[in-house]
Design a binder for this molecule. Sequence first.
Ligand code: HEC
Length: 254
Amino acid sequence: MKILGLLLIMMLSLWANDGKVLFTKHCASCHTPFIPMLKLKENFLDHNNSLFKLKAPTLNQLSYRLKKRIGDPKGDEELHRMEVTAFMSDYVMYPDKDKSVCLPEVLSHFKTMPSQKGKVTEDELEEIGTYLYNFDNEVLQKKGIKYEGFEKALQRAKKEDKIIMIKAMTKTCHFCRKMDREVMIEKEVIEAIQKDFIPVSLDISEHQLPLGIHAELTPSFIFVDKNAKVLLNVPGAWKKNDFLELLKEAKAKK
Ligand code: HEC
């Protein structure tokens, strides 16, 4: 019985410390967790926030902007997470729009956040900080495109008569992130890729591209047919509709 009780207490304390649970409890009444970027742009830029009537920036906006603007995004990840968490914790206690890092055209829709002093502890903010820091990537992993390794992709391309789409990227490339966040998460794009392509993502600062392919810029998109022949190799980041056109062009080369 004693052990069971202890286990229960341990589980409860784990549960209570979960960043997601704490965010939901302390922050989600104002900060909606996730809305896709293109919808957010529409809401704020074209509809004066009348589409979603948001009370505050969404968590995916906070995660992206804070990570981009606070500390050194290209440096050590653990250190960066601490810098972002420190900024966030300070903001929650002492909000001041002069310190804000979200875009002015987003912030103009909101009053300054009320201080949460006394409502949330430093320890809780630490957990919330980790959750916030990882949120952007978790969303991409859950809702975005699922990539495969090249060798496996080639086998599958042969079997399923599909085209391999290699995304040449680096972790710190701004336009790669922007495209992941704005384009590679859109339903139409995911469906178009699932139908005719097998997506492979390669970090060219860590790996060489297969088949002796070169990419000068990141991102670059390289389309390879089931016989390992390169159909197209195009550098640059794309908006949703242009990218859908590019997919069509690659299909036409097959
Ligand atoms: C009562 C509503 C409300 C609650 C609760 C709330 N916020 Fe906010 N928050 C806002 C609003 C509105 C803004 C945008 C205006 C501003 O920057 O002050 C904001 C802005 C922020 C910013 C600054 C964004 C920037 O541009 O730099 C951070 C960080 C933040 N909130 C974190 C949190 C966290 C973490 C919690 C939970 C512990 C939380 N907020 C709870 C309303 C709220």
